[in-house]
Ligand binder design. Structure first.
Ligand code: GLA
Length: 388
């Protein structure tokens, strides 16, 4: 008989591992993340405000006596085996997050042995909650424990990011990996992507985080993402001619940008302006959170959405409908698209006590986009941890 209590998501992973391989040596929980504000700022050396959440991936591993890896995805019901000495990106995407991490570890000179691995979780795939970073960071953490590599969390985050660049082909920033590995329960992380320093801001306030899932496949995400990055770099390259100290958009003020507007491609100008303004919003949002001014925080989220939709152009009609409908509901402090964009989820800050109003109030918006209502509640959680 069901007790109604959800089964922790590592239990099926453990059961499967034991059936296939015996007792695991290490079991790790690696979380997904939300980002409250600061989108597309990380690869521009700016500020972000993410938090790991109470959903993620569990991974069980054990060393083998040979040099083979066996990767088993429980949710996809797929398995891939190979030799540690012959790594290359796989034609299908799912194992590449893992193969990329193995490759980065070996390139950094770490000597790995073969291993068996089973993983699975409760993160919606493709919803923009960073299932990819959860996988990469989970494997880096697991192998670090299994083979005693002595890596710290910061090193694991950078290495996981590099894995995504090299084996997946997405030139992502480091926010997702930092959030997955370094978050603290009941806090959000104010991360400065210039020097990777972080400050943790308490998040136990009377607000709840809800994600509304557009269920739109992020078809354009990769090419659009890499293109946005190049456009920002084009802006920096031009400004460097006049201000040689500029290394990234983090060093560019609105005044400097505007002084050279005429020489910048109009699209590049719009992208750069959005990034500079978004950085200012993250700083203001952090102050608002610290001083308990949640309505101000919410207004900044709404402005962030407008910038992402109109200036950075990474939203889509479904995200716009869900964000705008939410922002108009009573009890909603702020709503915006979250993550890379082109689909995925909106993030909504809802006053405690207004949860039901929110869920019911979003029904017409889901009907407008022609999708069944799919709303996830999540809470800030600690970073990657060893369970066994
Ligand atoms: C994806 C990337 C991150 C970040 C966001 C947008 O999640 O992996 O590095 O750039 O998009 O803020």
């Amino acid at each position: 008989m069901s007790t109604g209590v959800p089964v922790p998501f590592h239990v099926p992973v453990l059961t499967r591992f034991r059936r296939e391989f015996g007792e695991p040596a290490v079991v790790v929980r690696s979380p997904g993340r939300v980002n409250l504000i600061g989108e597309h700022t990380d690869y521009n050396h700016g500020f972000v405000l993410p938090a790991a959440v109470d959903r993620g991936i569990a991974m069980a591993v054990k060393a083998r006596s040979d040099r083979r890896y066996v990767l088993h995805s429980l949710d996809l019901d797929r398995r891939l085996e190979g030799n540690l000495g012959e790594l290359a990106p796989y034609p299908e995407r799912w194992p590449n997050y893992l193969l990329g991490v193995i490759d980065q570890l070996q390139r950094a000179g770490h000597s790995l042995g073969g291993f068996d691995l089973v993983y699975g979780g409760d993160l919606p795939i493709g919803a923009g909650m960073s299932s990819s970073a959860a996988l990469e960071c989970g494997l880096a953490f697991s192998l670090n424990e299994l083979f005693g590599l002595g890596l710290n969390r910061l090193t694991m985050a950078k290495l996981s990011q590099a894995a995504e660049h090299s084996f997946v082909g997405v030139k992502c920033g480091v926010m997702d990996q930092m959030a997955s590995l370094l978050s603290q329960k009941d806090h959000v992380m104010m991360l400065d992507c210039h020097d990777l320093s972080c400050r943790f801001v308490p998040f136990r306030s009377p607000v709840k985080i809800f994600l509304c899932d557009t269920q739109v496949e992020r078809a354009l995400a990769e090419s659009g993402y890499n293109q946005r990055r190049s456009q920002c770099e084009a802006g920096v390259a031009l400004l460097q001619k006049y201000a040689p100290d500029v290394r990234s958009l983090r060093d560019v003020s609105l005044e400097l940008l505007d002084a050279h507007r005429a020489e910048l491609d109009p699209v590049v100008y719009r992208r750069c302006r959005y990034v500079i303004e978004e950085n200012l919003r993250v700083v203001a949002a952090c102050d608002a959170l610290t001083s308990g001014d949640l309505p101000a925080f919410g207004r900044l989220m709404n402005q962030s959405h407008q910038g992402l939709s109109k200036a950075y152009e990474v939203s889509c009609p479904e995200l716009d409908v869900l964000a705008e409908a939410a922002a108009a509901l009573p009890g909603v402090l702020g709503a915006r698209m979250m993550g890379a964009g082109f689909g995925g989820c909106t993030i909504n800050l809802v006053q405690a006590g207004q949860e039901e109003v929110f869920v019911h109030g979003m029904a017409p918006a889901f009907a407008r986009i022609g999708k069944p209502a799919k709303i996830h509640h999540c809470a800030p959680h600690g970073g990657t941890e060893r369970l066994l």
